[in-house]
Design a protein around this ligand. Structure first.
Ligand code: KG4
Ligand code: ZN
Length: 349
């Protein structure tokens, strides 16, 4: 299966075998293009996908020593994401499928993330996924292929977005998550009192804008040189985020156990899963709840095409039909069609 991923700021192509062997994969990050603007610029992203995608496909095909005619299918992310980028991947995938008479699979990007643990190792359903990246912040109960229940989502920022915004106001550049984590490692997380948004509140939605604003006010109130307070503020922010993620996830475990009594696994995925404090706190939670904890390797936590090819293979094996070449791209595409919208504006799909 050839997989293509172009929904945000990574252009990726991968060839994955039905048994889960990733034969070849390439990911090209657009960080350099977007860094001067402090965030992803959709028009720049779409153009960069156009320039890169053909080359990445040619590279994985050459590395695998295979031709399009030998493929079983082509899968492309068709949502949710930035519409220009999605169109690049979808049109490219459809063109290959049409020219070589291959089945085309229109894949939901979130399904790719949610099924990734099964690409890494056997992970029987049901399991609970905390998906934390620059674009997503969701708790999803994976019941079986094609059946996902979204238990929580963010009512404002995604958690990676909050890391990036706080890093920016501390002058750390983009993407801010890794830089903020480095700075925090030298800081005292207890020095500044920061809010834990929604802590202890019912349900398992997330909110990070109040925490971000609290960091902004504290930063503005500091008078000493940056060395005397920045690391402490970064550490305080990171601790507040980790505690919030754990609180929301603990609630989701209770809900998920009601819906799926056999639940025995907690998975974290997405770019923020790279954060050692977040990982450690979630591992503690899993241990306390008697759940197996798994985190995919970092290259498959972030956006990649192996997860897209894998999702198509999983769908094929589960008996789903391939998609039509008319399949649309969708900026918003909830994984769980029955999910209630969270309150507030700017809700992610
Ligand atoms: O999954 P990803 O590579 O791309 C998407 O957003 O889809 O996630 C990138 C996000 C960025 O917001 C970045 O700042 C955050 O993940 N991130 C981190 C760390 N590494 C990446 N956040 C906190 N700590 C990190 N070590
Ligand atoms: Zn993603």
């Amino acid at each position: 299966m050839l997989g293509l991923e172009t929904s945000c700021d990574e252009t990726a192509a991968a060839l994955v075998r039905a048994d889960g062997v990733v034969v070849a994969e390439r990911v090209r990050s657009q960080l350099a293009e977007h860094a001067p603007f402090g965030g992803v610029v959709p028009e720049i992203a779409a153009r960069a996908h156009v320039e890169a995608l053909d080359h990445l496909i040619a590279q994985v095909m050459a590395e695998a020593g295979t031709g399009f005619g030998q493929l079983k299918g082509v899968a492309a992310t068709t949502g949710p994401g930035l519409i220009g980028g999605l169109m690049v991947g979808a049109v490219t995938g459809k063109a290959i499928a049409l020219a070589h008479r291959l089945p085309f699979w229109a894949i939901n990007h979130l399904e790719g993330h949610v099924l990734t643990p099964r690409l890494v190792a056997p992970a029987p359903f049901p399991y609970l996924v905390l998906l934390v990246s620059g674009g997503h912040c969701q708790l999803v109960l994976a019941e079986e292929v094609g059946r996902y229940r979204r238990l929580g989502t963010t009512i404002d920022d995604a958690v990676g977005e909050a890391f990036d915004k706080v890093a920016k106001l501390l002058g750390l550049g983009y993407p801010g998550g890794p830089a903020l984590e480095r700075l925090a490692s030298a800081g005292d997380p207890a020095r500044f009192a920061l809010p834990r948004p929604l802590l202890g509140r019912p349900g398992c939605h997330f909110s990070f804008s109040g925490l971000k604003t609290a960091v902004l006010h504290l930063a503005r109130a500091q008078t000493g040189s940056a060395e005397t307070w920045q690391a402490d503020l970064a550490a305080g922010f990171q601790a507040a985020v980790a505690e919030t993620l754990v609180d929301r996830t603990r609630r989701a475990v209770v809900l998920a156990r009601d819906m799926a009594p056999g639940l025995d696994r907690l998975v974290v995925a997405g770019g923020v899963a790279a954060n050692a404090t977040v990982r450690a706190r979630l591992a503690d939670l899993a241990a306390a709840e008697g759940l197996t904890f798994s985190a995919p390797p970092l290259r498959w936590c972030g956006d990649n095409a192996a997860m897209i090819a894998w999702a198509a293979l999983e769908r094929a094996r589960a008996g789903f039909a391939p998609d039509s070449l008319e399949a649309p791209v969708r900026a918003r595409w909830p994984l769980d069609p029955a999910a209630e919208p969270a309150i507030g504006a700017g809700i992610k799909a």
